[in-house]
Ligand binder design. Structure first.
Ligand SMILES: [Zn+2]
Ligand SMILES: [Zn+2]
Length: 364
């Protein structure tokens, strides 16, 4: 079948709208008509050339849409169902899949690095040339063919525009607090970086019952947004030291780096209290390393960990998030920013690179 998609060819070149050839769906596959797809930091790493992945590629992995076709063996969703896409079509039988962490699946990450699915195919081409899949998904397109296990039904509980955010930023950010840090009520949470994921870390901290939520971000609009979502303090990173002296002189119980640069991870670790937990949430550009002082872990007994896709199986975590949305405890709509049609994919990416307060969405 054919569909239209936004194609990324090379760093510095505008993304272009192409007619894409999709492989016929298999017995376990579904075809999803995409309704809304976010632009995530992971997509931007590739657009900016911070990650080397094969091209041409259809990026986009944070999306929601409607099932248009199901393969003969699909029992979990039906035509017409509204679904959120998980970007973890994992192998299903490695140790990480067995422990309920499809997003940590090693064959999946190898495939993502190669721009393919786990079986080495992409199922996408243009004029006979192979097109690679961003994050094993490739959702900046009108239609996507995916294995049914990554088409997670919402039950129509949320508008599809809002649901798109659940596909990556919300699962990642809220999961970082609830499932990676396993934050207990009454603590102090520090969130470094209030972009798309950071705003959900703030909400996760609120859901976990944090007593104080401190946000550090250089962009004022993002700080304001974080305050609206439950942060108790929001400061410019230059003012963080002064602020923490007042709010939590011994440091935060939980600190999250929602950016992913060595400096932001170092900031999160530095302002974690002795015995507290630092969680790396944002993904760094390829090749960067952390410079760690052993005293942070020996003398001060801090825990440093990371999270991939919120440290839970998306199929398990999504219903939990949907419950929070239904109860009014988790905001999606107010986190949305500018919306672009697929034809303006390049403008959408440019808008996203300006670090807006709201998530930029593509409505294919
Ligand atoms: Zn993402
Ligand atoms: Zn696996």
């Amino acid at each position: 079948m054919k569909t239209r998609a936004g194609l990324f060819r090379a760093v510095g070149e505008p993304l272009e709208l192409v007619e894409l050839d999709l492989a016929e769906p298999g017995r376990d596959d579904v075809v999803v008509r995409m309704a809304a797809v976010g632009i995530c930091g992971t997509d931007l790493h590739q657009v900016k050339g911070e990650w080397q992945r094969p091209t041409p590629m259809v990026l986009g992995h944070e999306g929601a849409g409607v099932v248009e076709h199901v393969g003969a063996d699909v029992a979990t969703v039906a035509v017409g169902d509204e679904v959120v896409l998980s970007w973890a079509p994992s192998c299903g039988h490695c140790p990480d899949c067995a422990r309920g962490r499809p997003a940590a699946c090693v064959p999946l990450h190898r495939a993502i690095g190669n721009g393919t699915l786990v079986d080495g195919t992409t199922g996408m081409s243009v004029g006979g040339e192979t097109v690679y899949r961003g994050t094993a998904t490739g959702a900046w397109a009108e239609h996507v063919v995916v294995t049914s296990k990554v088409a997670l039904p919402t039950g129509g509980a949320v508008p599809l525009r809002d649901a798109a955010l659940l596909g990556c930023a919300a699962l990642t950010g809220v999961g970082a607090v609830l499932f990676a840090a396993r934050a207990e009520p009454g603590g102090v949470a520090l969130v470094v970086g209030a972009g798309g994921v950071g705003q959900f870390v703030v909400q996760g901290a609120r859901l976990a019952g944090a007593e104080a939520i401190v946000v550090a971000d250089p962009v004022e609009a993002r700080r304001d947004q974080a305050l609206r979502l439950g942060a108790t303090h929001a400061v410019h990173p230059d003012d963080l030291k002064e602020a923490m002296k007042e709010i939590a002189p011994v440091g935060a119980d939980y600190a999250f780096d929602a950016v992913g640069f060595p400096e932001t991870s170092a900031t999160a670790l530095r302002f974690t209290r002795s015995g507290g937990t630092t969680v790396m949430v944002g993904l760094p550009p390829t090749g960067l390393r952390l410079d760690l002082d052993p005293a942070e872990f020996l003398r001060r007994e801090k825990f440093l960990t990371g999270t991939m896709y919120g440290s839970e199986d998306p199929a398990v975590a999504l219903p939990i998030l949907l419950d929070h949305v239904a109860a009014g405890r988790l905001e999606l709509d107010s986190l949305l920013g500018e919306t672009f049609p697929l034809e303006r994919i390049d403008d959408a990416v440019k808008a996203s690179l300006e670090l807006p307060a709201g998530r930029v969405l593509i409505e294919p």
